[in-house]
Structure formats: C-alpha cells, structure tokens
Ligand binder design. Structure first.
Ligand code: FMN
Length: 210
C-alpha cells in the first residue's frame, strides 16, 4: 500500500517530526511504502475564495491558485492511505495544515457521487496525530477538527492520536503500531487496485517498535 504521511513543522527534531518518523517506520515495518511531506517546506497559500465564492474547485476539482498544492493534490490522489501529523496551535491544526485542508476540501468534497465522481480520499483509511505541548490543551479539539474535514472528504478515519511531551514515549509506539492497522485496511472496492482485489490483499506482519 502507498501511504502518504503529511506533516507540518518547522522543527526537525521536535515532537511532530518524531511522530511522523514513528508513523513512517510503522508503515515500512508493515511492508508498505511511505512518503513523507512536510507542509512547512512547501508553498501552499490559503484559499483565495475566487469568483463569487467558487473557482475551478467546484466543477473541475482543481485549485486555480498555482503553487505547490497542485503537485501535492496529485500525490494525495495517488496515495492509498494517509497519516496526518500536526502540531497543536491554539487548539487547532497548524496554519499550513488548515490552508492545505481548506483547499483539498474545496476540490474533493465537491465531487458528485451520483455522476460516478469519487473523491480522492473516499473510502481510504487515515490516521490523525496531534503533537501538543506540555499541557496538551486543545489536542482533542485539534483532532476533532481534522476528523471533521476528513469525514467531509469521505476518508475512513481509523484513529485520532494525541501526543504530548509527557505521553511521548508510549504514544510514539501507538503511532507506530497504528500503521499495521492502516496498511491492512483496504480502500472501498471502487478505489481498490484490481490486481490487489483479485489477490485478496496482502496481510502485513505486525511488529512492535523497539
Ligand atoms: C503558536 C503556538 C500555539 C500553541 N498552542 C498550543 C495549544 O493550544 N496546546 C498545546 O498543548 N500546545 C500548544 N503549543 C505547543 C505545541 O503544540 C508543541 O510545542 C508541539 O510539540 C510543537 O510541535 P514541534 O515539536 O513540531 O514544534 C503551541 C505552540 C505554538 C508555537
């Protein structure tokens, strides 16, 4: 399975980066492919609210604000599972995450299933991780916010994991181990690759992090 890990942090040795690395290791240990993207290293502007409120997102499902979002959107479409890792800022996902989620929602939540259109994340498994400070205040609210967006996008949210400095040690294991469940959760049939469907899917081996 191709798993996309989207994270957002300016701190290479911070808690968010550690969570993303645990997720990556968990995916690899489950014998799946992981790709990690740090939104802070990309240029993804906020939604420009084009026209009278809608731009090309509504009918063409493409954002007309040209920056790194287009390439990222392609990567999202190609992925078969997701891990979203954000720091908790003011009880919410980080600003780069909000910009990314806002634009993705406009492009993907506007698809019409009655016309055979299917959202990029529809039926695909996702795990959300919120890396908070010492207090952990707002971590659950942050995760709720991510869950709401992902439900709107039709993703199958498997777990919501709050991590603080105090819970770091055991929660990094949780983040790692959650990937075994994610990689064995196949997307709903319409997005399932045909060869995998015929084989009945590959069962990954669970392995705990050392
Ligand atoms: C602008 C800002 C707002 C923050 N708000 C919260 C918060 O509401 N709750 C909390 O527990 N931690 C909060 N924190 C702490 C971060 O969530 C925490 O330090 C997190 O580990 C940062 O991720 P990093 O290690 O990748 O930098 C805030 C930090 C910043 C910079």
């Amino acid at each position: 399975m191709k798993v996309l890990i989207v994270m957002s942090t300016p701190n290479a040795s911070g808690l968010t980066a550690a969570c993303a690395e645990s997720a990556r290791q968990g995916v690899v240990d489950s014998r799946s492919r992981a790709r990690v993207v740090n939104l802070n290293e990309l240029s993804v502007a906020r939604c420009a609210v084009c026209g009278d409120g809608w731009g090309t997102c509504r009918k063409q499902h493409e954002c007309q604000v040209k920056d790194d979002f287009q390439e990222l959107h392609r990567t999202v479409r190609e992925a078969e599972g997701y891990v979203f890792v954000t720091p908790v800022y003011f009880g919410e996902p980080s600003e780069p995450f909000k910009a990314f989620f806002d634009r993705l929602r406009r492009c993907e939540a506007t698809r019409d299933p009655s016309s055979g259109e299917r959202g990029a994340l529809t039926g695909k498994p996702a795990v959300c991780v919120a890396a908070a400070g010492g207090s952990g205040h707002g971590a659950v609210r942050c995760l709720e916010c991510m869950e709401r967006t992902l439900h709107r996008l039709g993703a199958e949210v498997l777990d919501l994991i709050p991590v603080t400095q105090r819970t770091r040690e055991y929660q990094l294991e949780t983040v790692h181990d959650a990937q075994a469940v994610l990689t064995e959760t196949r997307a709903a049939p319409a997005t399932r690759p045909e060869t995998e469907a015929r084989r009945g899917g590959r069962k990954p081996r669970r392995r705990r992090r050392r």
